[in-house]
Design a binder for this molecule. Structure first.
Ligand SMILES: *[C@@H]1O[C@H](CO)[C@@H](O)[C@H](O)[C@H]1NC(C)=O
Ligand SMILES: *[C@@H]1O[C@H](CO)[C@@H](O)[C@H](O)[C@H]1NC(C)=O
Ligand SMILES: *[C@@H]1O[C@H](CO)[C@@H](O)[C@H](O)[C@H]1NC(C)=O
Ligand SMILES: *[C@@H]1O[C@H](CO)[C@@H](O)[C@H](O)[C@H]1NC(C)=O
Ligand SMILES: *[C@@H]1O[C@H](CO)[C@@H](O)[C@H](O)[C@H]1NC(C)=O
Ligand SMILES: *[C@@H]1O[C@H](CO)[C@@H](O)[C@H](O)[C@H]1NC(C)=O
Ligand SMILES: *[C@@H]1O[C@H](CO)[C@@H](O)[C@H](O)[C@H]1NC(C)=O
Ligand SMILES: *[C@@H]1O[C@H](CO)[C@@H](O)[C@H](O)[C@H]1NC(C)=O
Ligand SMILES: *[C@@H]1O[C@H](CO)[C@@H](O)[C@H](O)[C@H]1NC(C)=O
Ligand SMILES: *[C@@H]1O[C@H](CO)[C@@H](O)[C@H](O)[C@H]1NC(C)=O
Ligand SMILES: *[C@@H]1O[C@H](CO)[C@@H](O)[C@H](O)[C@H]1NC(C)=O
Ligand SMILES: *[C@@H]1O[C@H](CO)[C@@H](O)[C@H](O)[C@H]1NC(C)=O
Ligand SMILES: [Cu+2]
Length: 590
């Protein structure tokens, strides 16, 4: 007996003395099988690409400090890669995932194992395919809990639910984007939005199905558990308890407003960074962003819709204007029609901006990093659409008889096709990319003046693979400036391999003399994706402390293949701990 106690005491002593709590870090291993899956949605049977027979795919749970090892088998007909959205990938750039950026695709019948450690971030992230539009159905949540012995910087919730917002096409998404890229025009809009894979009660077809089910009314049906069809996701709560909802916008092309009828929410984290608690009755999530909220079930016992529909910032651009719902169901509730929240108007930029600019970081929490004060590299990047002229044999279904393009500082990005940029960088192969992205547009103009709309001198752009090289540890400040050349629009800009501080956001042209005063250098929100206000700007800052090749791109999948992207090539530092290791032996070959 005594020796057991002694042994226990010894173990505790060892654990306690371990300086970085490495003792609690685990290795978490998973296998992903990517393959065809037949699903029935909106009354139609479809074959989609999915991981392990579900979409959303497996929810991965790790603790901060863990190593994650995921072996991905591609048994689908398409080339695939998996990107771990928002994960820093410190010295593990080979596992970041974007096709032709950090790896070539995993071909049909082949596999690749992603290996990385998750450090310095806690909260909700996600994973998704990073080839063409496959992420429409190949995606899932990634939850990072505090490591053992640590707690949240907020009261422990009774229970937690992932709420993953998706976007659904009845057509094969590869055909949808393929058709657009062939024609030079815009892709077809989606047919529905989803909450945890389900469209919800407001779609015509779900109603029809519901009515057909034993002839019961749809609003009554909403209360039966385990129905033969699953059209609406339900969140069960008990009155008086507090829940953590981990909300992820995995939609392809839509920023989404999110509300819960009759309930207010308290935001506690975004993009796996803790925020100061922020109470609100509406959220806005751009594709790529996550928001963790606390919800107290303190309303009358009953049922309430959770609902999401788009924030469509571009005037005159067609969009899917449907609404997806799930049901917040109190224990003991009667089967009555759920309360429906009033969502903001599709073009409610005021509400969008208020939510997006009001959040602040929790500077007393783990994961916070003070804003770097000395800036080494000031960059001013325009983000927006442009046009490429119609080649002799091309079809040109875009404006002015040209083809849609999208640009960063008027460079329209094209992925290489022979080798990934990271391999080219690592092995010093030239001809794959040019490191000539200027620090500001070569031809400045009045970016947000609507009289420049479809001005062919300004919309004209060209395709290239042009990136920005950064010395290790460079502190970079970027002003993202929206343009109004084709349509002013809020572009959610995502940078791989890091978070950044969001110092300020505003409308019109960025004016340093006026706008630098608005910088929040004390407690700005930290994110991996920022929606640049429509017809406006956002300023971010970060330190390039992670060697590798990191994409920077718009997270609307309609704009990414048009070229709204570039990359940072971050050199090694001078030490072992700042040098990217060689590629793993199973890295897919082009
Ligand atoms: C996926 O499926 C494979 C094989 O069916 C299984 O071994 C694996 O555990 C599953 N992975 C996850 C994350 O559920
Ligand atoms: C997967 O589905 C596609 C249609 O989307 C089909 O062409 C292909 O044969 C299917 N592959 C397998 C292995 O079932
Ligand atoms: C896109 O929509 C058009 C018009 O409705 C339709 O003819 C076409 O087949 C659709 N494309 C795809 C790939 O579904
Ligand atoms: C929910 O809010 C609506 C107005 O937004 C109100 O009409 C309704 O009575 C409320 N329901 C409950 C159960 O509080
Ligand atoms: C419910 O909780 C919210 C905070 O989440 C609070 O603002 C609100 O007043 C509470 N309502 C009731 C009826 O207790
Ligand atoms: C959605 O768009 C369609 C087609 O433009 C239109 O008929 C419908 O009224 C719109 N619905 C809403 C809720 O705005
Ligand atoms: C449920 O319905 C019954 C009968 O309609 C009613 O007496 C009761 O108050 C209802 N309970 C709740 C929680 O709404
Ligand atoms: C929050 O938004 C309101 C309305 O836009 C604004 O007055 C207030 O200053 C904002 N607060 C912060 C902290 O940004
Ligand atoms: C840019 O255009 C706007 C109108 O959209 C105008 O108010 C502003 O004065 C212009 N700025 C410059 C520097 O010309
Ligand atoms: C690099 O720049 C040169 C000169 O402008 C151009 O010819 C070449 O196509 C560019 N290469 C890539 C990969 O963008
Ligand atoms: C990079 O910067 C960090 C802090 O800003 C510093 O601690 C570190 O030593 C630097 N690394 C190198 C290799 O200069
Ligand atoms: C799949 O990827 C390989 C390697 O990158 C490439 O050669 C091939 O063309 C790709 N196939 C398709 C259909 O894109
Ligand atoms: Cu965009």
């Amino acid at each position: 007996m005594a020796w057991i106690l002694l042994l226990l005491a010894l173990c505790f002593a060892l654990l306690a003395s371990s300086p970085s709590s490495l003792a609690s870090a685990r290795v978490v291993k998973h296998t992903f099988n990517i393959q065809n899956l037949t699903v029935k949605k909106l009354c139609q049977e479809r074959v989609i690409t999915a991981v392990n027979g579900t979409s959303p795919g497996p929810l991965i749970r790790v603790h901060e400090g863990d190593r994650l090892i995921v072996r991905v088998f591609n048994r689908s007909p398409y080339n695939v890669t998996i990107h771990w959205h928002g994960v820093f990938q410190l010295l593990s750039a080979w596992s970041d995932g974007p096709e032709y950026a950090t790896q070539c695709a995993i071909r049909t019948g082949q596999s690749y194992t992603y290996r990385f450690r998750i450090t310095g971030q806690e909260g909700t992230l996600w994973w998704h395919a990073h080839v063409s539009w496959l992420r429409a159905t190949v995606y899932g949540g990634l939850i990072i809990y505090p490591r053992q012995g640590r707690s949240y910087p907020f009261p422990k919730p009774h229970k937690e639910y992932p709420i993953i917002l998706g976007e659904w096409w009845n057509a094969n998404v590869i055909d949808v984007v393929g058709q657009a890229l062939a024609s030079g025009g815009a892709p077809n809009i989606s047919d529905a939005y989803l909450i945890n894979g389900q469209p919800g009660d407001l779609y015509h077809c779900s109603k029809k199905m519901s009515l057909n089910f034993h002839g019961k009314l749809i609003h009554e049906l909403a209360f039966y558990e385990s129905k033969p069809y699953a059209g609406t996701y339900k969140v069960k709560v008990t009155r008086g308890r507090t829940y953590l909802f981990r909300i992820i916008n995995a939609a392809l092309n839509s920023q989404l407003f999110f509300k819960i009828a009759n309930h207010s929410m308290t935001v506690v984290a975004v993009d796996a960074v803790y925020t100061k608690p922020y109470q609100t009755d509406v959220l806005l999530l751009a594709p790529g962003q996550t928001t963790d909220i606390l919800l107290t079930a303190n309303q009358t016992v009953g049922s309430y819709y959770l609902a999401a529909r788009p924030y469509a910032s571009a005037v005159g651009v067609p969009f899917d204007n449907t609404t997806t719902t799930a049901i917040l169901l109190y224990n003991g509730a009667n089967s009555s029609r759920p309360q429906m929240p009033t969502l903001p108007a599709f073009d409610d930029t005021e509400t969008a901006h208020k939510f997006s600019s009001n959040l602040t970081a929790r500077v007393d929490s783990r994961g916070w990093r003070p804003v770097p004060t000395e800036v080494d590299e000031h960059m001013f990047m325009t983000v927006g659409l442009g046009l490429v002229s119609c080649g002799a044999k091309a079809t040109c279904a875009g404006p002015l008889g040209q083809r849609f393009a999208a640009t960063v500082s008027n460079f329209s990005f094209e992925l290489p096709t022979k080798l990934s940029m990271l391999e080219a960088h690592f092995h010093n192969v030239s001809g794959i990319y040019n490191s000539t992205l200027p620090d500001s547009p070569l031809k400045p103009f009045n970016y947000t003046n609507s009289s420049n709309r479809l001005n062919q001198r300004l919309t004209k752009t060209a395709k290239s693979t042009t990136v920005k090289e950064l010395k290790y540890n460079t502190t970079v400040e970027i002003v993202f400036q929206d343009t109004a050349l084709v349509a002013a629009e809020n572009h959610p800009m995502h940078i791989h391999g890091r978070n950044f501080h969001v110092l300020a956001q505003g409308f019109g042209n960025y004016e340093p003399s006026r706008d630098r005063d608005k910088f929040n250098l004390v407690d700005p929100q930290m994110r991996n994706t920022i929606g640049v206000p429509v017809g406006g700007w956002a300023v971010i800052r970060f330190q390039a402390d992670n060697p590798g090749v990191w994409l920077l791109h718009c997270h609307l999948d309609v704009h990414l293949p048009w070229g709204l992207a570039t990359a940072f090539v971050v050199d090694n530092g001078g030490t072992a701990s700042s040098t990217l290791p060689p590629p793993p032996s199973d890295l897919p070959k082009c």
